[in-house]
Design a protein around this ligand. Structure first.
Ligand code: NIG
Ligand code: FE
Length: 417
């Protein structure tokens, strides 16, 4: 592979610094290099600096390299989406209409739609069909500048289909340019066939599903939907603690629809991240800051459910490291656009443009344990980067709802543009 030399970027936003969750003022530190330049070899960042600095050290090797002139353009790390349900079967556009006609998300789910509807379609789909459907969504992520994606199971809700979803993600992680980080989410809902026998389902989840997933090495994280009418905080704790014993790191869908002690539980079990948090209590947020739990906020989901977004501004001010994500799923957020999510983080949660970018790169990488390889541009890290058709990071957030992606490179290979 020829070296890649990117030159003359109006702004090279590196987000360089410590490979750890950024909080408070650190969430505004972008490490901007004006007239920036990068030298990339074998998929790795070899050098970064101003174009004149790199001319001095690499100019003699210019003939070897593929040269990209980024004059007038913004270059950033590839975006990271730390929370998706990307590997599912079918679609649910009729429910979108039903919600506009007045049904609520939970009403639809309790009537056997929602997660249960996708569960049926996912059970029916073959592994190859799921690979094909998920590939289209991953391609769309790349088109929106996203180069690393977390993906959850949780539409199987039986051992066989949960394993199928996780295998689909394993295959795609190997075959698709995107790095796909798998999370087991057998705790997404109690399947309809166990209605009224919730504890029996949890027994199976804890005693059969989790050990099998861990044994086959199919997941890094274990997530649960802690919500009124889904799993109680006590049941959620049991599921997360059982995963911890098997080496699966806890994540939790917390306080999305009702305030239910989810943020508090995230702190108690030492979750790497807590998701949604629309209705998180002030005490829960304080405990998360203290325990170092990352808040993974999903403003596109709030918009799509026509709910008020999470208190992102207040969480940052309270010292919580905030990440953002699409929550890509067929019910509450059928989108692959992280740029839109950054726009919404500014508009509906009052993050600054700089904070939104850190939330979609370094903090997002930290929320899925990938900060050693991605999430910022640093010598030695993967060359996952985006060249945008705007000249600075504020413009990226200001011109909203538009896809500004020009080119995307994954491990130094151009995959878009
Ligand atoms: O994160 N809240 C629970 N789970 C998903 C939605 C899943 C679905 O509706 O299919 C979420 O929003
Ligand atoms: Fe989710």
């Amino acid at each position: 592979m020829r070296p890649l030399w990117i030159k003359n970027a109006a702004q090279l936003v590196t987000v360089a610094g410590e490979n750890g969750p950024r909080r408070k003022k650190e969430m505004s530190e972008l490490g901007i290099i004006e007239n920036g330049s990068m030298w990339i070899e074998n998929g790795e960042i070899i050098a970064m600096g101003t174009t004149s600095e790199l001319e001095a050290s690499f100019g003699a090797r210019a003939h070897e390299a593929e040269i990209v002139d980024a004059t007038g353009r913004l270059v950033t790390p590839g975006l990271v989406d730390p929370h998706t349900h990307v590997a599912y079967g079918g679609s649910r556009e009729r429910e979108f209409e039903m919600r506009l006609e007045g049904s609520t998300y939970m009403e639809i789910m309790n009537a056997g739609g929602g997660i249960h509807a996708t569960s049926r379609m996912t059970r029916e789909a073959t592994e190859d069909e799921l690979v094909a459907q998920t590939t289209r969504r991953l391609d769309s992520f790349l088109q929106h500048g996203v180069t690393t994606v977390e993906g959850k199971s949780g539409y199987g809700l039986d051992l066989e289909t949960e394993l199928k979803q996780l295998r689909v993600m394993k295959r795609l992680n190997e075959s698709h340019p995107i790095d796909l980080v798998p999370t087991f989410m057998g705790g997404h809902a109690v399947p309809v066939e166990y209605k009224g026998r919730e504890e029996e389902y949890i027994d199976i989840l804890v005693n059969e599903m989790l050990p099998r997933v861990a044994q086959e090495g199919l997941a890094v994280f274990n997530d649960v939907f802690c919500e009124v009418g889904v799993f109680t905080p006590e049941q959620s704790e049991r599921i997360l603690e059982a995963g911890k014993k098997l080496g699966l790191v806890p994540k939790i869908h917390a306080d999305e629809i009702k305030s239910y002690g989810g943020a508090e539980l995230a702190a108690k079990v030492g979750a790497i991240s807590a998701e949604h948090l629309l209705k998180a209590s002030d005490e829960g947020v304080r405990l998360m800051a203290e325990a170092g739990v990352i808040a993974c906020l999903l403003p596109a989901t709030a918009l799509y459910l026509r709910e008020e977004a999470a208190q992102g501004r207040a969480m940052i001010d309270a010292g919580v490291a905030v990440a953002i994500s699409t929550d890509c799923n067929p019910g509450s957020s059928p989108t692959t656009s992280m740029p839109l999510v950054m726009n919404l983080a500014c508009i509906s949660m009052r993050l600054t443009p700089a904070e939104a970018l850190v939330a979609a790169t370094m903090n997002a990488a930290c929320a899925i344990g990938m900060q050693g390889r991605v999430g910022s541009l640093e010598v030695g890290k993967q060359a996952d980067l985006v060249m945008w058709n705007v000249s600075n990071y504020q413009e990226l957030q200001y011109l909203f709802g538009v896809n500004h992606v020009g080119c995307v490179w994954k491990k130094g290979v151009q995959v878009v543009g």
